[in-house]
Design a protein around this ligand. Structure first.
Ligand SMILES: Cc1cc2nc3c(=O)[nH]c(=O)nc-3n(C[C@H](O)[C@H](O)[C@H](O)COP(=O)(O)O)c2cc1C
Length: 710
């Protein structure tokens, strides 16, 4: 019952989680029994693929206890020895399967820790292989799971997973399981959970000759590995998905809730016991950066932040909203060291930390000494590579900096915590954003107050803290040594009635400012761990004469502000330095269509006025979805504004102008793109497909650029 319900809803809900497998072939390299050697590789920018890699490893260990499982980042192994390591295993007559869990970053780019491997695979050809193992690709068994975000990156959705899967197939490797695609904009955990279940079932079956029938049938149903999701393709993929699913397959068992006699475990999963050293001090370090900067601890296992992360001092943090309301926008300014640069349009990656209240709630729940130091995450064999966090820091610091305490648990962890198999993860957990502590407390209430979550269960199963991306709201031309961020502290009541706060926006909103007389111990409290992430496809045109149209919604004003600031700055510097006083005339048309929820949210109004005055903008139309009180204020959606100006937008496109769309990926991004497609059809007399091609060509030419938050 549970399976059927889940299957139907997932097929309807998750059209994108396609099992695209044009050349899905039975694995000739595998013998009939389950494989013994499982290598799980990940390429991850912000840790999700890595977390999934470990979850898959756990699943394999549970389902195939005799297998040898390895989890490694793709950067940890020289690409050139990939073939020989697969071949050597073959010589020992062991079946080996490689799983690749790869996310996308930038604009359809591979995360930095997978770049070398990805480039090597893409440059490889069938005849490659060293002299001892010529053309060993056909000895390689593999399956790929891609992580991406469809709404935010529709034209580059999961391109890395798709390319890797297709290239391995082209090289002659044996795809032992269809490509799985996870959408971070929908329910990534659920997507992965389902792919993992099916993958484990296939592993247990041995993927031998018995698959051939199903594979043939599947081949006939599937014709494309392309990412685009036209309705017809989506429909086709639903059928495809149905054809590979089998309701009679056994599911992963859901571990029963069991409280050990000593009360130390809430659930039955066995994780290596963590070694704790008694507390030596009760000082809580607000700065994990020392783990990477101190030369003695610069080991891989202790690296938590990405390599380019720096502690950047906050020099200003103030409210921007015109009414000073609780939900208003804020601006944070940070100072950059000389060797850190950015370009207008780039992003800043920020590592937040959990609030003190949240950390304290977990400390109380776990009943551990918060100042005890975690020294080892070893298992019985002394194998510590599974412990996901730095050692040598206290329980409290680990909870504060390293773990997503405010995020929903994974589907498996949620099912385990609730002791229920009949759970619709998306509806019951992901959408209401129920957290681990919510579920544990609910269970405790049901069990008359008994039961305890162990530190191990929490640390091995919760997601690692993810860094957050912010569009930089300043121009490097005007502020080469300062970055401005515009953000809205997120606060809302969930459908279960819990008050929720955005982890990073709330972290930023409470940040103190670095002053000269600050105590050195408080310096870290006035700094944020962050790094600049280039966004090369979101740039102002090289010539200021090129017309620009900026379309923004809400906090989409941030990247638009960086462009406006740059144009205003260039305008004033060129007019002051120009002897013939024609500086302003250098700019081509600059149009702004901007929408806010209400007039109180309108930030940077002064800058817009300044831009209109100096010619950096030639037209600015601001609309509000509600709250208008003056006759000059227009209640309208941005998409309606575009429709009203359809002809002008079309002429802008035809004149070679650039279009920038900035805002949320869903309500804003989807409707704005739909409106643009409509106007291209209407004014350009095109079919829907031609209008899509038109925008795609503009995108390829760098004239249609999006900065949409997922
Ligand atoms: C800056 C940035 C760029 C991204 N670019 C893409 C992209 O081009 N295509 C895509 O499908 N997803 C893209 N994503 C979505 C991520 O791939 C997705 O959130 C994934 O779960 C991240 O996994 P990771 O934590 O292992 O890196 C992007 C996310 C960010 C933050």
């Amino acid at each position: 019952m549970w399976h059927a319900q889940r299957l139907v809803s997932s097929v309807v809900r998750r059209q994108h989680n396609k099992f695209l497998c044009r050349h899905y072939s039975a694995s000739a390299a595998l013998s009939a029994g389950p494989p013994q050697d499982i290598k799980i590789w990940y390429a991850s920018q912000s840790g999700t693929a890595q977390l999934f890699a470990h979850q898959l490893a756990e699943g394999v260990e549970e389902e195939l206890p005799d297998s040898d499982v390895m989890v490694q980042g793709l950067h940890e192994h020289p690409p050139e020895s990939f073939l020989s390591s697969n071949a050597s295993s073959k010589n020992e007559e062991e079946d080996i399967v490689n799983f690749f869990l790869v996310s996308c970053t930038g604009v359809g780019e591979v995360p930095s820790n997978g770049r070398a491997f990805f480039e090597w695979v893409m440059a490889s050809s069938k005849s490659d292989g060293d002299s001892a193992t010529p053309n060993d690709w056909n000895q390689v068994n593999y399956a790929v799971f891609g992580l991406g975000n469809q709404q935010a990156h529709p034209n580059h959705y999961n391109v890395i997973g798709k390319k890797l899967d297709a290239q391995l197939d082209t090289l002659g490797a044996n795809r032992m399981q269809p490509l799985g695609l996870g959408d971070d904009g929908d329910c990534l955990d659920d997507d992965f959970d389902q792919w993992m279940e099916e993958t484990l079932e296939r592993l247990k079956l041995g993927v031998g000759a018995s698959d051939t029938e199903e594979v043939k049938e599947h081949d006939e149903n599937t014709t494309s590995t392309d990412s685009s999701s036209s309705p017809a393709e989506a429909e086709m993929d639903i059928h495809t998905e149905r054809s590979v699913r089998n309701d009679d397959l056994p599911r992963i068992s859901c571990p029963e809730v069991s409280i050990l006699p000593d009360g130390t475990r809430f659930i039955s999963k066995k994780y290596p016991t963590l070694s704790l050293k008694p507390a030596t001090s009760d000082v809580v370090r607000h700065d994990l950066f020392f783990l990477q900067s101190s030369s003695t601890s610069k080991t891989k296992s202790n690296a938590f932040y990405s390599e380019s992360t720096r502690m950047l001092p906050v020099i200003q943090n103030e409210r921007l909203a015109l009414d000073g309301g609780e939900a208003g926008m804020q601006e944070l300014q940070i100072s950059l060291p000389k060797d850190v640069q950015y370009i207008s349009g780039d992003h800043l990656l920020v590592y937040p930390r959990n609030s003190d209240a949240m950390v304290q709630a977990y400390v109380d729940l776990l009943e551990v000494d918060p100042h005890a130091i975690i020294v080892k995450g070893d298992d019985d064999e002394g194998n510590s590579n599974k412990y996901p966090y730095p050692t040598g820091i206290t329980v409290m610091e680990t909870l504060m900096h390293c773990v997503e305490l405010g995020a929903p648990p994974s589907p498996l962890f949620a099912r385990t915590l609730l002791g229920r198999k009949d759970m619709d993860y998306k509806e019951e957990i992901a959408i209401p954003r129920r957290t681990i502590i919510d579920l544990v407390l609910e269970q405790k209430r049901k069990n008359n107050g008994t039961g305890k979550l162990s530190l191990e269960d929490l640390l091995y199963q919760a997601s690692p803290m993810k860094p957050r991306y912010y569009s930089i709201a300043s121009s490097n031309v005007q502020y080469p040594h300062t970055i401005h961020l515009a953000y809205r502290p997120i606060k809302y009541v969930s459908s279960y009635g819990y008050l929720r706060e955005g982890v990073c926006s709330s972290y930023l909103s409470h940040k103190g400012v670095l002053t000269h007389d600050i105590d050195s111990r408080d310096r870290a409290a006035a700094c944020i761990p962050a790094s600049v992430v280039p966004h090369p496809t979101f740039r102002l045109p090289s010539s200021p004469e090129t017309p620009v149209l900026m379309i923004g919604g809400g906090s989409g004003m941030a990247p638009i502000r960086s462009f406006l600031q740059e144009r205003v700055f260039l305008s004033s510097s060129s007019s002051s330095s120009s002897s013939n006083n024609n500086g302003n005339n250098k700019f081509g048309p600059g149009i702004l269509f901007m929408g806010y929820r209400n007039p109180h949210d309108e930030i940077y109004r002064k800058l817009v006025e300044e831009a209109l005055e100096c010619g950096a903008l030639t037209d600015a139309q601001i609309v509000y979805s509600s709250g208008c009180t003056l006759p000059t204020q227009k209640t309208m959606m941005v998409s309606e504004l575009i429709r009203e100006n359809g002809m002008a937008v079309w002429e802008h496109m035809q004149s070679g102008g650039h279009i920038y769309i900035c805002g949320g990926a869903y309500a804003f991004g989807v409707t704005v793109k739909a409106e643009l497609l409509d106007l291209v059809q209407e004014h350009g007399k095109m079919t829907f497909e031609e209008s899509e091609d038109h925008l795609r060509t503009m995108m390829d030419e760098g004239r249609f650029c999006a900065d949409l938050a997922g």
